[in-house]
Design a protein around this ligand. Structure first.
Ligand SMILES: Cc1cc2nc3c(=O)[nH]c(=O)nc-3n(C[C@H](O)[C@H](O)[C@H](O)COP(=O)(O)OP(=O)(O)OC[C@H]3O[C@@H](n4cnc5c(N)ncnc54)[C@H](O)[C@@H]3O)c2cc1C
Length: 449
């Protein structure tokens, strides 16, 4: 998707700033899901996106639990199923070992976590893990949002500042990246879905407390021949320093080449600049330790980047008529894929609250419930779970992990009931039912009273 995709191209009409009911800052996955759900309810949305197109950078890949249910409700699941592929769960492995023929074989499995039955082939919505690179999901969601006829998007347009955020309207200053021309836009509500470095959050003066982990992650996409078929092709390689996530970006077929994501932790004591961490030499040094297969390795690196990982939460997700969602609101490490999926579920809850306010006359204080409840989800579920997921792969010696860690012990031979209990929070805690909460505290609209 490229250029400006909209009805009136953002030109001021009669000198007045262009007005939209909801202005979304950031045309990535979270911004587009928010716009899609609002657009489906007949609410006019303008998205502004700094980049000239949707991003192609290697980022999140897997969607599961309640995120799949939401995708289905807004009609996106079937497209992601068509373009993506399903896997049945994930596992933890030791590092690869010598195969006796000069190459390496996959390391022993420490534990397997099934997200559906091991022989599942039908995959009801919410079963298994649905995989599709974030860049492709972004294109699908944007396409569906534009199809509602209520959503328009201005690429090459960035939020500069928030000029007014009191009373019924928000006024912002935006800049055209190509011409450097600044102009004002107004909206009834503004949603900042502009990522971890959110200009919306900064302009609102909202703190982003938490911590940054000491190590950088090296994310690489590698085209690699599949010499064996593995049952759970997403696995964590346990290592005290260079712990690694391996996951396929397309369905792996035995005897063919597949694009795989290898995300490898750099040593926290390694102070070399990013360019050196992503050099061929450094990446192949790591591949030698974490990749199975004959030597010399026949692998092509298709994409590479380093990134810092954090656990941070905005001090509020609402200020006046401005809201935060996705990485603008909270960030966490990628262990357990709790980043983008949480953002997708923010989009669901926030759009629901805005629909109730704009279409059903619920009071704007519903937005405080959005802020409080999504912050609780981060504080009590996403933050501790992602933190423990990460520590689990590098704080235990791989030979002692099963003995020491209840989680690995439980996965050795779980009952159906135990697996169900483990899955429960990914449905009941992760997703926020704004409508139910409004009922519980009797925040009824005048229509319902
Ligand atoms: C290398 C990498 C790998 C990752 N891997 C995983 C993973 O495996 N699993 C997982 O769950 N998560 C992963 N994540 C995190 C995941 O990508 C994020 O949680 C997700 O991208 C958040 O989506 P978002 O829409 O909130 O923000 P973003 O995807 O960051 O999008 C923000 C958008 O806002 C735009 N923007 C920014 N500022 C402005 C402005 N001032 N005006 C207008 N537009 C603006 C940006 O151009 C961008 O398009 C990874 C992240 C990285 C960097």
């Amino acid at each position: 998707m490229n250029g400006s995709t909209n009805a009136n191209d953002g030109k001021a009409v009669n000198g007045a700033p262009e007005h939209s009911t909801v202005l979304v800052v950031g045309g990535a996955v979270v911004g587009c899901f928010t716009a899609l759900k609002l657009g489906q309810a007949g609410i006019d949305v303008t998205i502004i996106e700094r980049q000239p197109t949707t991003s192609d950078s290697p980022r999140a890949v897997g969607y599961y639990g309640a995120a799949q249910l939401f995708m289905d409700e807004v009609g996106v699941y079937k497209f992601v199923r068509d373009e993506g592929f399903m896997t049945r769960g994930l596992c933890w492995r030791k590092r690869p070992t010598d195969d006796g023929k000069g190459g390496k074989q996959l390391g022993d499995v420490i534990a397997r976590q099934h997200l559906c039955a091991p022989d599942e082939t039908v995959f009801e919505v919410s079963a298994g893990q649905l995989n599709l690179p974030q860049a492709d999901l972004n294109k699908i969601v944007l396409r569906q949002a534009l199809k509602t006829g209520h959503v328009k998007l201005h690429f090459n347009t960035e939020l500069v500042s928030i000029l007014h955020n009191e009373g019924k309207d928000v006024t912002v200053l935006v800049r055209d990246i190509n011409t450097n021309v600044e102009r004002k836009l107004t909206a009834t509500y503004l949603v900042g879905a502009d990522g971890a470095r959110s200009q919306t959050r900064k302009a609102l003066g909202i703190a982003f407390a938490g911590h940054t982990w000491p190590e950088r992650l090296i994310a690489t996409n590698a085209l690699k021949y599949n010499e064996i078929q593995v049952d759970l092709p997403t696995w964590y390689t346990m290592d005290r320093v260079h712990y690694t996530i391996t996951t396929p970006l397309e369905e792996p077929v035995l005897g063919k080449k597949t694009l795989w994501r290898y995300t490898i932790a750099a040593d926290p004591a390694d102070t070399r600049p990013d360019e050196e961490l992503i050099s061929d030499e450094n990446i192949f040094k790591h591949y030698e330790n974490v990749m199975s297969g004959p030597r010399p390795l026949q692998v092509q690196i298709e994409a590479r980047s380093t990134y810092r990982i954090h656990q941070r939460l905005a001090s509020t997700l609402r200020k006046g008529n401005c809201l935060l969602a996705g990485d603008a609101a909270h960030v966490n490490n990628p262990y357990g894929a709790l980043g983008l999926n949480t953002g997708i579920l923010d989009a669901d809850a926030l759009a629901e609250a805005l629909i109730m306010i704009l279409k059903e006359q619920y009071p704007p204080s519903l937005l405080d419930i959005y802020s409080d409840e999504r912050r609780k989800v981060f504080q009590f579920f996403v933050d501790p779970t992602s933190t423990q997921n990460k520590l689990r792969v590098h704080s235990n010696h791989e030979d002692e992990a099963v003995q020491n860690d209840w989680f690995f012990r439980l996965l050795q031979n779980p009952t159906y009931q135990e697996l169900k209990e483990m899955a429960k929070p990914y449905f009941e805690t992760w997703r926020t039912n704004i409508r139910k909460l409004a009922e519980v505290i009797q925040l009824g609209s005048p229509i319902h009273q």
